[in-house]
Ligand binder design. Structure first.
Ligand SMILES: Cc1cc2nc3c(=O)[nH]c(=O)nc-3n(C[C@H](O)[C@H](O)[C@H](O)COP(=O)(O)O)c2cc1C
Length: 338
């Protein structure tokens, strides 16, 4: 009930400033009260993990795992932290996040600003020791540093896996941010086959000491041609990757043309990406072998949008932008409905 007022105050501030302020408040609030429990919804078992409900927080909001306790209190069944890169990096120059309120949308070109894997490890260890992740599934989204050459990108993903495999419940390989030059080319052809084969091998190596293998997911863009989606599905199946997250933000501006900030460079998120994400999930569902889970994300702003994503073939859901616009009440509404 308080969120509309809170939002009015937050939306008076520049987007990134209010984002950082909210994270800081959530962090203190969560740590003061403890993580609480996820909302009990439809329990699901996906890639060997048990979820109290199928709705998660998408990557990019808690990039450094600094507010896990706060987000866990919001009722999510899972939280994905990151994108984290091996070394800390500042991201792109500010301003780099823009609101398009008439569309309930955001455009961002953050560029993987984050504190690096060592800091991420320390934050998750602290959260685990304090019991803040006891009831939720915690995913870690991995990326590459901007200055790592594309040909060596796989090494950055391997560093993330090695450094964090005993604290993460699953990993997401982010191959689809539009804000790291060249990153999305890793989604296609020979680059993808090599990358997936190598990370799968590492997953098995890391588990060979008796530890359980940490599920590996790949996050894809909503702007892929049908042939590219088919190649991804084929390579995911071949490398026995454990799941796909569809989708990241879009570079298309078709749905917001003419709006203030529509021409800012970066990825567009929120309702304008919904139809592209749904299309990608539908295609993946048709192409992937049965049993390879799909996490549907992109423009989910209501229980009916969540239902549509599930009907398209998603096993789990994530939200980001509409959570910023609607607050924790959206989590409750969706979890109750699905
Ligand atoms: C400001 C902002 C930062 C983001 N950062 C990341 C990121 O670091 N890694 C990632 O995989 N996705 C990132 N995303 C994409 C979201 O996780 C999600 O895939 C996308 O926004 C679509 O969902 P939505 O329409 O519910 O926001 C970011 C999105 C926004 C708006």
């Amino acid at each position: 009930m308080l969120y509309p007022l809170t939002r009015r105050l937050l939306f008076c501030l520049p987007p990134e400033f209010s984002h950082d302020l909210t994270l800081r408040l959530l962090r203190h609030w969560g740590e003061l009260l403890g993580s609480g429990k996820p909302l009990e919804g439809r329990r699901v078992q996906v890639f060997g993990r048990e979820f109290a409900n199928p709705l998660g927080l998408a990557a990019g909001l808690d990039k450094n795992a600094s507010a896990i306790a706060g987000f866990a209190r919001m009722g999510f069944g899972f939280v994905e932290v990151g994108t984290v890169t091996p070394r800390p990096q500042p991201g792109n120059p500010k301003p780099r996040m823009f609101r398009l309120p008439a569309h309930g949308a955001l455009i961002n070109r953050m560029g993987f600003n984050n504190l690096g894997v060592d800091q991420m490890r320390a934050s998750i260890e602290r959260a685990r020791a304090s019991g803040w992740c006891e009831n939720i599934v915690l995913g870690v989204n991995l990326g590459k540093n901007k200055d790592t050459p594309l040909e060596e990108a796989v090494n950055d993903y391997l560093i993330g896996m090695r450094r964090l495999h005993d604290v993460a419940d699953y990993f997401t390989l982010n191959l689809s941010s539009p804000n790291t030059p060249g990153l999305r080319t890793l989604q296609s052809g020979a680059a993808l086959a090599g990358l997936l084969g190598r990370v799968k091998e590492e997953q098995q190596l890391l588990a060979s000491g008796g530890a359980a293998a940490v599920p590996l997911l790949v996050k894809v863009a909503p702007d892929l041609a049908a042939e590219d989606v088919a190649i991804i599905a084929e390579q995911v199946a071949l490398a026995q990757i454990d799941g796909v997250i569809a989708t990241n933000t879009t570079i298309s501006r078709d749905a917001v043309r003419g709006a203030r900030h529509a021409d800012e460079a970066g990825g567009l998120s929120g309702p304008p990406v919904q139809s592209l994400s749904l299309k990608t999930v539908t295609a993946l569902h048709d192409l992937l072998p049965a049993g390879v889970p799909i996490v549907g994300v992109g423009g989910i702003d209501s229980p009916s949008a969540a239902q549509a994503m599930l009907a398209a073939g998603a096993d789990l859901l994530q939200i980001y932008t509409s959570f910023i616009y609607q607050g924790p009440n959206l989590v409750r509404k969706i979890v109750r409905a699905i």
